[in-house]
Write a protein that binds this ligand. Structure first.
Ligand code: SRM
Ligand code: SF4
Length: 575
């Protein structure tokens, strides 16, 4: 008899043996001698929307004193479509002040994170989240995560359809295990009765994270090309929804020095009628469940499955599972992937205010904007709701004409629109240090300073009001989607970044590596020269990213790409 060797990744065994995501979490929470949980539970707790972290600023000092790391948890909420009522906002604000580090962190995927929640406060924080009728189920882990939708549903039927679809997909693909309620809310254990099961996921869930978004052209604010699965609204001449183009295989993450990992923009695969969208979502996810690589987590995302098996084969499998074929995708066009700032008025006479929140960090800045308190005060009087955007911003939405002046007064009182220059309005940075365990460089704490220097350079070339997208991450995982920004800065080491150029303003084209391992002086000098070239040479309406390609600064060969190493030499990188 031949013995088969189980080559699956260790995490597959952890999932399988976890009793549908329970592991030893309940016991681990009772162990007061440590602020951490076991390594295996550390993998499982992600499915419950949490990460074990430690304060990396404190590591050296605590190591010297032979103390355990300063452990705490990051909690990520599931808020499909990013809609939060004023009442929910007030609870979320209370939690930030009571159990977390005094901030709410709006993420690049239309939800909130808390940082710094210590183990003994986890259950209390989770109960408070539940009391706001929110949850953290499947916010992280190898499952379909928070589903994003184009914002401002009040502006058209298509936006409402996008929001409804995001909710339906998020709820429909939610894990069925009762573990979340049982562990965090001391819910009833499933004893007797129907055996608990995961009919869609099975006991090993997905090979890797799975991300879904819903977009409404002409805005690509959800960055549809960066996600595993996307729906793009196709509208008729009257602006009514006729169906959805389905995109598959987007993803940003890569690892420095490992060319078999790479960012990838999604393919537009097929067109489906509105009634079929939820079924298509489930079919795409379950093909990835069955075809995705379970031996190597670095090759497990849908983008690699599609490159391995081919888009045609993938589509054929989706169609075969649904028992029908679909039309080919319909034409559509995006104009940008950012947010519309300031006040806008909907067709229904309701008003919407998009606020720029630097890196999504909602706290009170001493001597500066007081985001946390200002937005709390707005929540106290708001007759609409809040909408989080995929660009880490907040929309005070659906405000009546009568209420608008009071909100404007609060915005002024708490300085909530100060500092929103053109570059900053088009910027994003990931969390990175001190909480992210994977950061190799600063991001959220550093990008504002770098932008101050770049703004001086832009102003000197008459470009201060130009919209240029800039995104920074503290490592190559790509959490702020830097590879589809016109200026992408990706952490390489302390104080060092790779500079990527040549992406499209609407997020549809990847950038290419331009400068390797550069420090601030070099980044500013190189960009200053490029800004000068752009100001002098651009054609009417030409975007910075498009110009960088046309002017030959970004080699766009398919067989390889050139970049400048840290000595300034031009080198060739294998594709
Ligand atoms: Fe992310 C891991 C933060 C959006 C790609 N991401 C992490 C972790 C959890 C670090 C870890 O695994 O220990 C970071 C927690 C930092 C902290 O202290 O809070 C983290 N990711 C974030 C957020 C908060 C960035 C932000 O500043 O807003 C975003 C939360 C989104 C959400 O609400 O769900 C966030 N992460 C993204 C995105 C952007 C997107 O999805 O639109 C990406 C790129 C798209 C993609 O998935 O390909 C992204 N994060 C990753 C990866 C690389 C995945 C890959 O396939 O290679 C990792 C690492 C991993 O999974 O192994 C990661
Ligand atoms: Fe952390 Fe890297 Fe994501 Fe930034 S990009 S939050 S450093 S994992």
């Amino acid at each position: 008899m031949t013995e088969t060797i189980d080559q699956r990744h260790r995490n597959e065994h952890i999932k399988e043996a976890s009793g549908l995501l329970r592991g030893t979490l309940a016991d681990g929470l009772l162990k007061h001698a440590t602020g951490a949980i076991s390594e295996d539970d550390g993998q499982l707790v992600k499915f419950h929307g949490m990460y074990l972290q430690d304060d990396r600023d404190l590591r050296p000092e605590r190591a010297k004193k032979k103390l355990e790391k300063a452990y705490s948890f990051m909690i990520r909420l599931r808020i499909p479509g990013g809609v939060v009522t004023p009442a929910q906002w007030l609870v979320l604000d209370d939690i930030a002040r009571t159990y977390a580090n005094g901030t709410l962190r709006a993420t690049t995927r239309q939800t909130f994170q808390y940082h710094g929640v210590i183990k003994s406060n986890l259950k209390r924080a989770m109960r408070a989240i539940d009391s706001a009728l929110l949850d953290t189920i499947a916010a992280c882990g190898d499952v379909n995560r928070n589903v994003l939708a184009a914002t401002n549903p009040h502006q058209s039927g298509a936006h409402k359809a996008a929001y409804d679809l995001a909710r339906e997909i998020s709820d429909g693909l939610l894990p069925k295990t009762g573990a979340w309620r049982e562990i965090w809310l001391d819910g009833e254990k499933v004893v007797g009765g129907e055996p608990e099961d995961e009919p869609v996921y099975g006991h090993t869930y997905l090979p890797r994270k799975f991300k879904t978004v819903v977009a409404v052209p002409p805005s690509n604010e959800v960055d549809v090309f960066a996600h595993d699965l996307g729906f793009v609204a196709i509208l008729d001449e009257a602006g009514d929804l006729t169906g959805w183009n389905v995109t598959v295989g987007g993803g940003m993450g890569m690892t420095h020095g490992e060319p078999e990992t790479y960012p990838r923009v999604a393919d537009v695969m097929l067109f489906c009628e509105p009634d079929w969208a939820v079924r298509v979502a489930e079919a795409v996810m379950t093909v990835q469940r069955d075809w995705g690589d379970r031996t190597n987590r670095k090759a497990a995302r849908l983008k690699y499955t599609i490159d391995r098996r081919g888009l045609a084969a993938f589509r054929a499998e989706v169609e075969s599972r649904l028992g029908r074929s679909f039309e080919d995708p319909k034409p559509f066009a995006f104009t940008n992937n950012g947010d519309r700032y300031g006040w806008t008025e909907g067709e229904d006479g309701r008003h919407h205010l998009t606020l720029y929140i630097p890196s999504g960090r909602i706290g009170d800045v001493e001597g500066g904007p007081r985001w946390l308190t200002g937005l709390r005060r707005i929540a106290e009087i708001l007759d609409g709701e809040f909408r989080l955007t995929g660009n880490q911003n907040v929309i005070v939405a659906n405000v009546s004409a009568e209420r608008r002046p009071e909100i404007e007064a609060l915005v002024a009182e708490f300085a909530l629109t100060s500092g929103a220059t053109a570059l900053r309005r088009n910027s994003m940075s990931c969390v990175a240090l001190p909480t992210c365990g994977l950061a190799v460089a600063e991001s959220e704490r550093y990008l504002p300073d770098l932008m101050t220097r770049l703004e001086a350079s832009l102003a000197s070339h008459g470009l201060a009001e130009d919209e240029i997208t800039i995104r920074m991450t503290g490592c190559p995982n790509g959490c702020a989607r830097p590879y589809i920004a016109e200026i992408g800065l990706v952490g390489k080491g302390p104080g060092r970044y790779n500079l990527y150029l040549g992406a499209a303003f609407d997020g549809s084209r990847l950038s290419k590596l331009y400068l390797d391992n550069a420090d601030e002086t070099r980044i500013v000098a190189v960009l200053d020269a490029l800004f000068a070239g752009y100001a002098g040479d651009r054609q009417p309406g030409e975007r910075f990213g498009d110009w960088a390609v046309r002017a030959g600064h970004v080699a766009r060969t398919e067989s390889g790409m050139t970049f400048h190493d840290d000595t300034g030499a031009l080198r060739q990188l294998a594709a």
